[in-house]
Ligand binder design. Structure first.
Ligand SMILES: NC(=O)c1ccc[n+]([C@@H]2O[C@H](COP(=O)([O-])OP(=O)(O)OC[C@H]3O[C@@H](n4cnc5c(N)ncnc54)[C@H](OP(=O)(O)O)[C@@H]3O)[C@@H](O)[C@H]2O)c1
Length: 348
């Protein structure tokens, strides 16, 4: 297992993070016995970073994770959780208000059975609460010892930039990470979020790195997913997001490269993410121990440059404007210097 620093922080985490969204999910998840076995295999495989959220299976994921980690030294683990989704019928029990952030954190601590959370994340943006209020509340959680670091998830690039600019101006804790959808099929974050996060010192933690299992190659040669599979059960979300002709062609390429290199398609798809140093970790979700076992293989596989480039080119991302404009004009305008200065920013 290889380890990376979480954004611009001193926290070293395994580049594979264990996702626990399957824990307690009755349709595409697992029970306590399997959840505990998954955690055990992950930790024995060198993983120290585990992600959950109060919204997963109505708190059951946190409860099951809390039970599973009782066998381990808590201080050797980096536990991440999140708040934002409604946790209660009360109109206040959602979003990023000061009241909800503080209440939600206390409840997560109770469910997890721990006295602090290492990385507490805003699960999504809240357009109705000033960012200052949310940041100040999270800052208080850090000062009170209930939380060690704060991060965000599903934020827009400008919100990450604004949050850390505000944090610097006001002396609040900065966001050290952004948790975002990123995989070989959906590379949207390359346009704005990835460069904004890197500039703001936030590491990226990728969710759905296997496109809900599609990149494992197990749906190849199927004209539609089995209705009982994860892709089938979540079809309303997963089909438009991942199941289209060019994506299916890309998966054939992933399988071809995996064969050539002697890895599995899942391992190749995960390793592709680590070729970019702005990425801190990929969150591996699993329903079985065998899946974790296989995915752990990507903890120390680095793809040869040619294989990575081939995968990147297999389903190119249309960057759009303003990237298109800078591509045309940047070189002719600034091409006079002998080399790029150290303070040059990546755009994107
Ligand atoms: N912040 C957010 O908004 C957000 C959103 C989504 C997820 N997350 C986090 O990210 C984690 C991962 O998300 P995800 O579950 O969507 O990730 P994913 O890696 O795209 O998909 C995981 C699913 O793929 C299948 N799978 C995994 N490994 C496999 C293998 N080696 N071979 C074949 N199938 C395999 C399993 O489903 P089946 O066996 O059922 O096919 C598993 O549940 C979650 O647990 C959660 O912690 C965060």
């Amino acid at each position: 297992m290889k380890y990376r620093y979480l954004g611009r922080s001193g926290l070293l985490v395994s580049r594979l993070c264990l996702g626990t969204m399957t824990f307690g999910n009755s349709q595409w998840g697992c029970d306590q016995e399997t959840a505990s076995a998954i955690v055990r295999r992950f930790v024995e495989g060198g993983g120290n970073f585990i992600d959950t959220a109060d919204g997963y299976s109505a708190g059951e994921s946190e409860r099951m994770l809390g039970h599973a980690i009782k066998d381990f030294d808590r201080d050797q683990l980096v536990l991440a959780s999140k708040c934002w989704f409604p946790t209660d019928p009360a109109v206040t029990a959602r979003g990023l208000s000061r009241k909800h952030i503080i209440d939600a954190c206390d409840r997560s601590l109770k469910r997890l059975g721990v006295d602090h959370i290492d990385l507490y994340q805003f699960h999504g943006p809240d357009p109705f609460t000033p960012l200052e209020e949310s940041l100040r509340a999270a800052d208080d959680l850090v000062r009170s010892g209930k939380v060690r670091y704060i991060g965000c998830s599903n934020f827009y690039g400008w919100q990450i930039a604004k949050a850390n600019t505000l944090a610097d101006a006001k002396g609040y804790e900065r966001l050290v990470s952004g948790q975002h959808l990123y995989n070989l099929i959906r590379r949207d974050i390359e346009r704005e979020i990835l460069p904004a996060a890197a500039d703001a010192g936030a590491g990226i933690i990728c969710w759905s790195p296997l496109a809900a299992g599609l990149l494992s190659g197990k749906y190849r040669n199927q004209s539609a997913p089995d209705a009982r599979s994860r892709i089938g059960i979540q079809a309303a979300i997963t089909m438009p997001r991942y199941w289209f002709e060019d994506a299916l062609k890309l998966i054939d390429k992933v399988a071809e490269i995996a064969d050539r290199l002697g890895h599995t398609p899942s391992q190749v798809a995960l390793s592709w993410l680590f070729g970019d140093r702005r990425i801190t970790a990929a969150i591996i979700g699993a329903r079985t121990v065998a899946q974790v076992e296989e995915n752990l293989g990507a903890g120390d596989i680095d793809l040869p440059d040619e294989a990575r480039d081939e995968l990147t080119a297999a389903l190119p991302l249309v960057m759009g404007y303003p990237h298109e404009w800078t591509e045309i004009n940047l070189k002719s305008t600034f091409g006079k210097a002998e080399f790029d200065p150290a303070h040059a920013v990546q755009m994107p």
